[in-house]
Design a protein around this ligand. Structure first.
Ligand code: UT7
Length: 326
């Protein structure tokens, strides 16, 4: 069995926050943010917009494009690092979709989550275990940034994106992948739990606490991304018996325009083939690749049969690349 990609969708909160507005929150400027990152605005969720709600909207669009009923979905993978429930959010999406026959669970791999999710779903489809899999990337990191920290708060935005993947007896459209982790660099990017000691009864001490805000060593993560991502994509290009000239579109995790440009340059992929919407959304973590893919498909840029190289990278540290035919 092989896999095909038959639908996509995306959703973002209604509220748009421009760079200039952030200059009222922290010591920053539109000039700094746009020249260092390419970001001009981001979507920020309010108290009526939930992770599950946005994820469900994106999934419904993907199902509609594919012409598949919710009841026929076998697997829902939600890639997220900002679950509204530590026990997972995927089951809420299953209920909201009415996907009563699907098993649903979360995959946590930060900004690499969508690529990890696609690769995970492909294993279930290729073995014939399942026919229809929804892979959703969704994150609301505006809830988890320190709005006093200019190093991070200007970077992130909220959103969700989804693809429907289907098993096929025909041509396998996932041409290759490479997914990796390096925990030795874990301290570069964290949304960590901080515990406080509490003596429950004499002799029994437990730890309770809260999640802290996102902390990031931007320079280290930047260095990591521009080294690891081209290597990973290059490996997949070789595994798929392709050359970089065969890549029609490069859809990278939308963290920073400078990273996308540097990766494309290293791979000798021309700037016109780089799909970018970081200016409009900022870094939406696991959602960024499927949101960009959805826009490119619906605008007619990506056509059926086009070869797409994608790569997610971020906390873990983790990174992954995949090449697929749309
Ligand atoms: O999705 C997860 C993956 N994450 C990433 O891919 C992020 C990777 N890193 C980056 O994209 C970049 O490192 C950043 C955009 C985060 C930072 O850009 P940079 O060019 O590496 O800047 P920097 O951290 O070296 O900071 C340069 C200066 C510093 O001031 P001094 O020490 O030179 O006086 C910062 O304090 O810019 C200052 N700065 C700011 N100034 C205005 C940092 N943030 C801001 C800000 N506004 N928002």
């Amino acid at each position: 069995m092989g896999v095909t990609f038959t639908g996509c969708g995306a959703a973002a909160p209604k509220t748009v926050v421009l760079n200039d507005a952030l200059a009222q929150v922290v010591d920053t400027s539109d000039e700094w943010i746009s020249s260092r990152t390419g970001i001009r605005q981001r979507h920020i969720s309010n108290d009526r917009e939930s992770l599950a709600g946005l994820a469900t909207q994106s999934a419904l669009q993907a199902l509609e494009m594919a012409g598949v009923a919710a009841a026929d979905v076998d697997l829902i993978l939600l890639a997220t690092s900002s679950s509204e429930d530590l026990f997972g959010t995927a089951c809420q999406i299953q209920a909201q979709l009415g996907a009563t026959n699907a098993v649903a669970f979360d995959v946590t791999a930060a900004c690499s989550g969508f690529v990890f999710g696609v690769v995970t779903a492909a294993q279930y489809l290729r073995t014939g275990a399942y026919q229809n899999a929804l892979v959703i990337g969704a994150d609301l990191l505006s809830r988890w940034v320190d709005w006093n920290d200019r190093n991070t708060c200007v970077l992130f935005g909220d959103g969700a994106g989804a693809v429907l993947m289907q098993a096929t007896a025909g041509e396998d459209r996932l041409l290759g992948f490479e997914i990796r982790s390096d925990g030795s660099q874990n301290c570069c990017l964290n949304l960590a739990f901080k515990s406080e000691l509490r003596e429950l009864v004499p002799g029994v001490t437990l730890t309770q606490g809260k999640y802290q805000y996102i902390t990031m060593n931007g320079k280290e993560v930047y260095r990591f991304a521009i080294n690891r991502v081209p290597d990973a994509i290059d490996k997949v290009i070789h595994k798929a018996n392709l050359t970089s000239a065969d890549i029609d579109w490069l859809i990278l995790h939308q963290a920073n325009q400078r990273i996308m440009d540097a990766v494309a340059q290293r791979l000798q992929i021309s700037a016109e083939k780089v799909i970018s919407n970081v200016a409009q959304y900022g870094n939406t973590s696991a959602a960024s690749i499927p949101i960009a893919l959805n826009e490119a498909v619906r605008s007619g840029k990506v056509q059926a049969g086009d070869t797409i190289a994608t790569s997610g990278f971020g906390a873990g540290l983790s990174w992954g690349a995949a090449i697929f035919n749309w």
